[in-house]
Design a protein around this ligand. Structure first.
Ligand code: AMP
Length: 187
């Protein structure tokens, strides 16, 4: 089963993805984690990605599409995968479809974790104190929201049209949200 987690910055994709991994046994892959690790190790990918990430901009599709193809061709995801933080553009979504089709698979569920914007901003500010991510500065946070609405939110319509979109209210306790997600995936 291949699951896409879609949501604005701070919507809880990472947290819920980890819980969904426990529940389903499927691996969760986060392009954000892969990129942060590449930056830390100063690999060629990391060197190309770093300044975009620090500014809160998307790393260009020309770079990410290759990463997606590599991830989805790996033996680790033969039973399925939980995609956290990708696809983030329509072009990336098309790359996901192509890569899965190569192994006779498809996107089975898209979970859109829907959280009101005021609450998102509060969560992000809280997180910047705890995690100390270099892209959790107020300017980068603002930029990442703008980027989300402009470049990623169109995926809601993209997947709705394919009848794959499941909207999950992302407010309330972590457990309550996990419960909602679990029932969608198991339905
Ligand atoms: P995340 O941890 O998913 O919030 O990602 C952190 C940053 O990594 C983003 O603000 C982007 O700069 C970059 N990034 C992660 N995933 C992608 C993606 N699928 N496409 C483009 N940029 C990405």
């Amino acid at each position: 089963m291949n699951i896409v987690l879609l949501g604005a910055p701070g919507s809880g994709k990472g947290t819920q993805g980890a819980l969904l991994t426990e529940r389903t046994g499927l691996p969760k892959i986060s392009t954000g984690d892969l990129l942060r690790s590449a930056v830390a190790r100063q690999t060629p990918l990391g060197q190309k990605a770093r300044s975009f990430m620090d500014q809160g901009l998307l790393v260009p599709d020309a770079i990410i599409v290759g990463l997606i193809e590599e991830v989805l061709a790996s033996d680790d995801v033969v039973r399925g995968v939980i995609m956290d933080g990708f696809p983030r553009t329509v072009r990336q979504a098309e790359a996901v479809d192509r890569s899965l089709a190569l192994r006779g698979a498809r996107v089975d569920h898209v979970l859109y974790i829907d959280v009101p914007e005021e609450e998102l901003v509060q969560r992000m500010i809280g997180r910047s104190h705890i995690e100390g991510r270099s892209d959790d500065t107020p300017e980068a946070i603002r930029k990442r929201f703008a980027v989300f609405w402009k470049q990623t939110a169109p995926l809601v319509a993209f997947y709705r049209k394919k009848k794959l979109l499941r909207e999950v209210p992302g407010t309330g306790s972590i457990e309550a949200i996990a419960q909602r997600i679990g029932s969608v995936v198991e339905s």
